[in-house]
Design a protein around this ligand. Structure first.
Ligand SMILES: Nc1ncnc2c1ncn2[C@@H]1O[C@H](COP(=O)(O)OP(=O)(O)OP(=O)(O)O)[C@@H](O)[C@H]1O
Length: 361
């Protein structure tokens, strides 16, 4: 792989546990002896480099993993394994990400710009431009949860392009706006390209991809099917779509089920062993390849899962917290409760009269 990249992802995977309900998820968090939960690998090992100043398109059918990958690159979600290296003094902005539903449009502008490192004075100077580009009228003063998807996209896009990011990630933002807004966005993206910014552009519109992207990565059910010049990848993708459309209903379902089953059955240990074998074969003299690959896989990853020990610790801290609250409410001192725990269920007189009042007054 070349070294002059702006963004590099290497052996990136993303695993989800498919809990049926939120309460199942919560129970599993505290359970010491967890029942097995079905797993799903949204990404099964993506390696890709994007050069500075390049516009890279991400294409693929619904659910193939495009948003998962762009969210990992923008740091919104962590990868399960692999390296994500974003180089240089970089600020990334992903259009749809980070809008808070309970805040108004104006509040969201300030919040996102502050998170991007702008000062309040800088935001004040940009505010008129952001508001006028978004063009959503009085909705600016309404909570974002009341916006249509087109309005959210207008606001997100406007903030993103005005805070002057080094890397811009555009995930399906152009598909929901009307024609006027679409043209404004295309002009802005073209301006960004001319300024040499790096852009990741996720879209189902092959016309937009062909118009804007230098190279394209085709993500196919969690794998990188092809990466290369736009015309080549789009041509192959179109052939796949044509092939798929020609299948009858039963064949389509069968194909989709087979792909999803493969994503459930993905074996991360086998994938890691394969990476070791590939690296060793490329450089037979290299020592400690297994340990180095292990480090590449897990060294920069923040684990979303808690170890058994950490779960016990969290549980103990919570239990202590509840106990201290209870001691406090009981009105006894800690030493009184320690010497006689039944004090916990016999509050002091002081506590028992709290909230009562003297009817004779
Ligand atoms: N939080 C989650 N929990 C479980 N599965 C998830 C989660 N988020 C995404 N997935 C699954 O990961 C897969 C990839 O989703 P992703 O949104 O990245 O696809 P996409 O290519 O962007 O799709 P689309 O073109 O429809 O936007 C899908 O099968 C999706 O159901």
């Amino acid at each position: 792989m070349a070294t002059d990249y702006k963004i590099k992802v290497q052996n990136v995977t993303k695993e989800y546990e498919l809990f049926k309900t939120q309460s199942d998820k919560l129970k599993a968090f505290f359970a010491l002896n967890r029942k097995p939960v079905p797993h799903f690998w949204s990404l099964m090992g993506i390696s890709l480099e994007i050069k500075a100043g390049e516009t890279m398109g991400l294409i693929g059918v619904n659910g193939s993993g495009k948003s998962t990958l762009s969210n990992i690159i923008s740091g919104i979600i962590p990868q399960t394994t692999g390296i994500v290296d974003v180089r240089g003094d970089t600020s990334i902005i992903a259009i749809g990400a980070g809008l808070r539903g309970n805040l108004t449009g104006l509040e969201n502008i300030r919040l996102k710009a502050l998170m991007q490192g702008l000062t309040n004075e800088e935001i004040d100077q940009l505010m008129d431009d952001i508001v006028s580009f978004a063009d959503i009228g009085d909705f600016l003063y309404q909570p974002v949860k009341s916006y249509s998807s087109g309005m959210k996209s207008r606001l997100g896009f406007s903030i993103a392009v005005h805070v002057n990011p080094d890397i811009l990630i555009i995930d399906e933002a152009l598909s929901v706006g009307d024609d006027t807004f679409y043209q404004k966005c295309v002009d802005k993206i073209t301006e960004f390209k001319e300024e040499g910014k790096t852009i990741i552009f996720v879209s189902h519109s092959l016309k937009q991809i062909e118009m804007l992207c230098d190279r394209v990565a085709w993500i196919h059910y969690g794998t990188l099917k092809q990466v290369g010049p736009t015309a080549d990848v789009v041509k192959n993708y179109k052939s796949f779509v044509k092939w798929f459309k020609n299948l009858d209903k039963k064949e389509k379902k069968h194909f989709q089920r087979r792909m999803k089953e493969a994503q459930k059955a993905f074996d991360i240990d086998a994938y890691q062993a394969e990476a070791v074998a590939v690296r060793q074969e490329a450089n037979p003299e290299e020592k400690n390849v297994a340990a180095k690959v292990k480090h590449d896989f897990y060294g920069s990853v923040i684990s979303e899962k808690m170890s058994g020990g950490n779960r016990v610790l969290t549980f103990a801290v919570l239990a202590l917290f509840v106990l201290f609250c209870w001691v406090n409410v009981s009105g006894h001192s800690l030493s009184e409760v320690v010497t006689n725990p039944t004090n916990l269920i016999h509050p002091t007189e002081h506590v028992s009269v709290v909230g009562s009042y003297d009817k004779s007054k």
